[in-house]
Design a protein around this ligand. Structure first.
Ligand code: AMP
Ligand code: MG
Length: 423
């Protein structure tokens, strides 16, 4: 195809940079997902809707980190061995049932609270059983032990009153474990965002339908439904709607009341059959529809009654890339998440690439580690926005910023692994 103007200025207007569009949209968008209290066993991957403050110290008291003997450090001879009588036993969950006096040793096990002393003088050191000998009920302690050895301090993990988990974070197994360690049995989390998805196009068939000339099977809806499920959304599958303005309007308006967000694919570029964008302009508010991103470009962002609307391009690679870079942060924001951007990694290309200025481009790559431990990125051998197998080949996306026009072999670039998008 011969293109006389630069892509960025095609259709008579400058494209909006994706970072600018996102910043503007996110600034004016409030969290849509309500909240609910759930038990810890249901909390994985949920977004926290409260700051969690520790109601008590963890550990609650000083305790032993090893199996051995609790002693007063000041009872030890500075230069030689020390012999102390063993007067009792403290085990995990079974504290010593009396006070420990100066000159005494207590047999102690891992996790047992340190015995209390007399007159605010407390045993402060634990000897590892491997480091001493037991003879006639007495423990023989070598010189050179340090004060406070093998003793865990109260509150050394979590201090009472500290904020241990923050509103807006997605709960990982270790986060839920930390809440449990402070005695919390329930957490307040965000309810799933309700999202409806449909595909548009006269050519689009459902997998399982009998194939016919000129048709294609719908892949986008299945990619998108699963991307949304992976983000924790409650998804409604509306199916395929033909390129018919009134059918598209019916599908959108019948689901809009129940949904926080509607996502479509196809029908947002400039062709005559691109009815989705027209509908948003007519019945809602279209915020942006041409963003400076490849693969992608036609991405419609808008609102329709109370719901947010995202119209993704029909080409399967463009649909997934624009979902990850544009729809995903919006969905996370609407869901109450604070950490909405993936973290990039740096590495080197093993390919050359030419691109147009003033738009971000995403290259589908496989990653490997070279001899020096550096990441090296290999591009798929085909580039089209319809080559869905490239996304199956790839481990992630290399991002080429607006000002770059050329990539040489071994250039350092930013890479986003799919795992950073949670997939
Ligand atoms: P459109 O954005 O509607 O102009 O579509 C652009 C290209 O993507 C066309 O080749 C469509 O056939 C294709 N396409 C549209 N929707 C889908 C879909 N749901 N699954 C796979 N390909 C699609
Ligand atoms: Mg179409």
């Amino acid at each position: 195809m011969v293109q006389l103007t630069s892509d960025c200025f095609a259709f008579g207007g400058k494209l909006t940079q994706i970072d600018d569009a996102l910043k503007l949209v996110l600034k004016n968008l409030r969290v849509r997902a309500g909240s609910e209290k759930i038990i810890l066993s249901r909390a994985l991957n949920k977004i926290l809707a409260e700051d969690v403050v520790a109601p008590q110290n963890v550990p609650a008291e000083n305790n032993s980190a090893v199996d051995g003997y609790a002693i007063f450090f000041d009872d030890l001879n500075e230069s030689g061995k020390t012999k102390l009588p063993v007067v009792g036993k403290a085990a995990a969950g079974r504290p010593l049932n009396r006070k420990q006096k100066r000159g005494e040793a207590v047999r102690i096990f891992t996790g047992a609270v340190m015995p209390h002393g007399v007159n605010s003088e407390n045993p402060d050191t634990v000897l590892m059983q491997e480091d001493c000998k037991l003879q006639d009920g007495k423990v023989i302690i070598p010189a050179g032990i340090k004060r406070g050895s093998n003793r865990r301090l109260a509150g050394e993990d979590i201090t009472s009153g500290a904020c241990i988990l923050k509103e807006g974070q997605r709960l990982r197994p270790q986060d839920i474990g930390l809440a449990a360690a402070t005695g919390r049995a329930f957490l307040r989390v965000r309810r799933p965002l309700r999202v409806a998805v449909f595909s548009t196009g006269d050519e689009v068939l459902n997998p399982g339908d009998r194939f016919a000339r000129g048709k294609i099977y719908d892949s986008n809806r299945f990619t998108l439904l699963n991307l949304l499920t992976a983000l924790g959304c409650e998804v409604e599958d509306i199916g395929v709607i033909p390129d018919n303005p009134s059918l598209i309007e019916q599908a959108v308006l019948s689901s809009v009341e129940k949904q926080d967000l509607i996502i479509t694919s196809g029908g947002v570029s400039t062709g005559e059959e691109d009815h989705v964008k027209n509908l948003i302009e007519k019945t809602g508010e279209l915020l942006f529809w041409r963003l400076a991103i490849k693969p992608g470009r036609p991405v419609a962002l808008g609102t329709l009654k109370e719901a947010f609307f995202i119209g993704l391009p029909g080409n399967p690679v463009a649909a997934m890339v624009t979902f990850l870079k544009i729809a995903r942060p919006i969905i996370l924001h609407l869901s109450g998440a604070k950490n909405i951007h993936p973290r990039p990694f740096l590495g080197r290309t093993d390919f050359e690439y030419v691109k147009k200025p003033e738009r971000k481009e995403y290259v589908r790559v496989k990653v490997r580690e070279d001899k020096t431990g550096e990441l090296v990125f290999t591009k798929y051998h085909k580039e089209g926005a319809g080559i869905l197998s490239s996304l199956v080949f790839a481990d992630g996306l290399v991002e080429l910023p607006e000002d770059v026009t050329k990539i040489r072999k071994s250039d350092i670039v930013k890479y986003f692994p799919f795992s950073e998008f949670g997939i």
